[in-house]
Design a protein around this ligand. Structure first.
Ligand SMILES: [Zn+2]
Length: 240
């Protein structure tokens, strides 16, 4: 089962993605982690990625698409897993189409795009109040989970900071960019009957419950398809 989590910054996508991954025993593949890892490893890809990130630019499709597909293939080769929870990729309609054609060649697909809907007026204070640990990425919020008074992370002792792009003056622009880029992607999955909209403005555990329900429906449908896997043609037919 491959599910894509869609949601604006501040929608809790990362937390929910990890929960889905644990629940269904499939890896959580976040494009942000993938890029950060590549930069740390200083691979050829990592060096290329760094040039964009340092300038505050999006990594172009021609670099991002093959890297994400390679990562999915690696998981399958090394861990024998055929599924994933995708977060942050595909980010545009072009990327979604490229991913679809690569996955079709493998006899698989993005089964569902799960969209977390959270109103903009809720997101702005969520993001602007967020603080994160510079070392372990643990997340805090000035209103409901304040960082320790000494400004040190309670998990690892690292420095707790406000990310530059969580500054109030940056948040509005980020949300505008998100909605502009994501709308065509949402439309793409919707046209194909692969979109599930989830109310993301509920408690964290209620959102998890809705997501798990949607993913269970996908898993059940995949299990029904499973007997046809032996015959490539039949399997593809079931995907169409
Ligand atoms: Zn920490």
């Amino acid at each position: 089962m491959i599910v894509l989590l869609l949601g604006p910054p501040g929608s809790g996508k990362g937390t929910q993605g990890r929960r889905l991954s644990q629940r269904f025993h499939i890896p959580y593949l976040a494009s942000g982690d993938l890029l950060r890892r590549a930069i740390e490893q200083d691979s050829l890809f990592g060096r290329e990625v760094r040039q964009y990130i340092e300038r505050g630019l999006y990594v172009p499709d021609k670099i991002m698409v093959p890297a994400a597909i390679e990562e999915l293939n690696k998981l399958r080769r090394e861990q024998g897993v055929r599924g994933a929870v995708l977060d942050g990729f595909p980010r545009t309609r072009d990327q979604a189409e490229a991913l679809d054609s690569a996955l079709t060649a493998e006899g698989t697909r993005v089964d569902r795009a799960l969209l977390l809907n959270v109103p903009r007026e809720v997101l702005i204070p969520r993001l602007a109040g967020r603080r994160v640990c510079r070392s372990c990425n643990a997340s805090y919020h000035i209103d409901h989970k304040p960082p320790p008074a000494d400004g040190r992370c309670e998990v690892c002792g690292g420095e707790v900071i406000q990310r530059v792009d969580d500054k109030p003056e940056m948040v509005d622009g980020r949300l505008t960019v998100y909605f502009e880029r994501t709308l065509p992607l949402v439309a793409y999955y919707q046209q194909q009957g692969r979109l599930v909209q989830i109310d993301g403005n509920l408690s964290e555990s209620d959102v998890t419950g809705s997501l798990v329900g949607a993913a269970e429906a996908v898993a059940a449908a995949a299990a029904q398809r499973a007997p046809a896997v032996a015959s490539e043609g039949a399997s593809r037919g079931a995907h169409a």
